[in-house]
Design a protein around this ligand. Structure first.
Ligand code: DP6
Length: 337
C-alpha cells in the first residue's frame, strides 16, 4: 500500500480515446458492465489534468471544473465516484477535486473518458489505494465506461466481462491491444462545439430498451471486434478503417430506430461523411467514425493527415479541424506534499 497523501494531493493526466468498435449499451447500469466489448485509440491531444487533495477539515467534497464550482449532473457523478474510492480505501476524508479539460466539455470528444481516467488515478493515489493498471481501468469504468480505455495508451480493448455482480466487475476491464505498423491519425471535424442534446448515457439506455435494431448491431459488433483485432495485428489499415466505419454507422442506425429516435448526426456531419467518401474515391484511405454528437473523426494514415484535414476543412462552413495521433495512457504527475 502507498502512504495516503494528505498534503499537496495527487495530480493525474489522461487523454480521451475514440472507439473504433463502439461501446453502446450497458447490461448492468450500477457496475457499468457493457453489452459488448469495445476497442479504441487513445489520443495525444485534449488532456484532462486532475488534482485530488484530501481535505481533513471539510465535511463535504468540493469539485471544480475548469476553475468553476461544478454543479448538477457533472458534480453528482464525481461525488458518487469519490464515495466509491473511499469505500475501496476504507477511508472517510472528504476531497477537493480540481479538474482542467483542454477539450470542449460535452461536445462528443469524450471528456468523460479522460476525466474519469484522470480522476480514478488521482483519487486512488490520494486515498492510498495501490491499484495496478487493470484494477485502475475497472475503477475508471465506474465513472464512465469509456474511461476504462483511457487508462492505457495506443489501441485498447475493453472486455465486456462475464457473469453477474462481482464476477462481471472483475472480468470487465481494459487492456492494450498489439498492433502492426499502421501509423494512424484521427482528423477530428468539430462541426459543432456546443453541448449535446441527449447525454450518451440516456441515449444508450433508450436504444437498448426500445430499438428493434439494437440486438442485431450488438451481435455483429462481436464479429467486428474479432476482425478488427486481426486487421490491427497484421497492420491492414484499409480493413481497420472499413470495420470502424461500419461499426459506427451501425451504432447510429440503432439510435435512429430507437423510440423516440436519437439522432446526433447533423447536416454538417453528413457533408463531412460525403467528403470522406470522395477522399476514398480519390485513392486516399480515410474512414469516418462518430460518437454521441455531430462531430466526425476521420481515421487516416499520419502521412495523409494534412491532406485529409484540408479536404474536411474545405467541406465545412463552420467549426474547426484538429489532428490527433496515438497518445499515452493515464499517468501521475505529482504525489505527496
Ligand atoms: C458513443 O462512456 O460516455 O462514445 O458509461 O454512460 O459514461 P457512460 O457512457 P460513455 O459512452 C461512450 C459512448 C461512445 C462510444 C465509445 O466511446 O465507445
Amino acid at each position: 500500500m502507498q502512504e495516503p497523501v494528505t498534503e499537496g494531493g495527487a495530480t493525474a493526466v489522461a487523454q480521451p480515446n475514440i472507439a473504433l468498435i463502439k461501446y453502446w449499451g450497458k447490461r448492468d447500469e450500477q457496475l457499468f458492465i457493457p453489452m459488448t466489448s469495445s476497442l479504441s485509440m487513445t489520443l495525444d491531444i485534449f488532456r484532462t489534468t486532475t488534482t485530488v487533495r484530501l481535505g481533513t477539515e471539510a465535511d463535504v467534497d468540493s469539485v471544480a471544473l475548469n476553475g468553476k464550482a461544478a454543479s448538477g449532473e457533472a458534480e453528482r457523478r464525481v461525488l458518487v465516484f469519490l464515495d466509491l474510492v473511499r469505500e475501496l480505501a476504507g477511508r472517510k476524508e472528504r476531497a477537493v477535486v480540481d479538474t482542467h479539460n483542454e477539450a470542449p466539455t460535452g461536445a462528443g470528444v469524450a471528456s468523460s473518458a479522460s476525466g474519469f481516467a484522470a480522476l480514478a488515478l488521482a483519487a486512488s493515489a490520494a486515498y492510498g489505494l495501490d491499484l495496478d493498471a487493470r484494477a485502475l481501468s475497472r475503477l475508471a469504468r465506474r465513472g464512465s465506461g469509456s474511461a476504462s480505455r483511457s487508462v492505457y495508451g495506443g489501441f485498447v480493448q475493453w472486455h465486456k466481462g462475464q457473469g453477474e455482480g462481482a464476477d462481471a466487475d472483475l472480468s470487465s476491464y481494459a487492456e492494450p491491444v498489439p498492433v502492426g505498423d499502421i501509423d494512424p491519425a484521427l482528423v477530428i471535424a468539430l462541426v459543432d462545439g456546443g453541448p449535446k442534446s441527449v447525454s450518451s448515457r440516456a441515449a444508450m439506455r433508450s436504444t437498448v430498451d426500445t430499438s428493434p435494431l439494437y440486438q442485431g448491431w450488438a451481435d455483429s459488433s462481436e464479429g467486428d471486434l474479432t476482425e478488427m483485432r486481426r486487421a490491427l495485428s497484421r497492420g491492414d489499415f484499409e480493413a481497420v478503417g472499413e470495420i470502424a466505419e461500419r461499426n459506427a454507422l451501425g451504432m447510429h442506425a440503432t439510435m435512429l430506430a430507437a423510440r423516440p429516435a436519437v439522432r446526433y448526426l447533423s447536416p454538417a456531419t453528413v457533408t463531412v461523411l460525403d467528403r470522406v467518401l470522395q477522399l476514398r474515391a480519390d485513392g486516399i484511405p480515410a474512414y469516418a467514425t462518430m460518437d454521441a454528437g455531430p462531430n466526425v473523426k476521420v481515421l487516416c494514415r499520419r502521412a495523409d493527415a494534412d491532406r485529409v484535414a484540408e479536404a474536411v476543412r474545405e467541406a465545412m462552413t463552420a467549426g474547426s479541424v484538429v489532428v490527433a495521433g496515438s497518445g499515452p495512457g493515464a499517468r501521475l504527475l505529482t504525489e505527496g506534499g
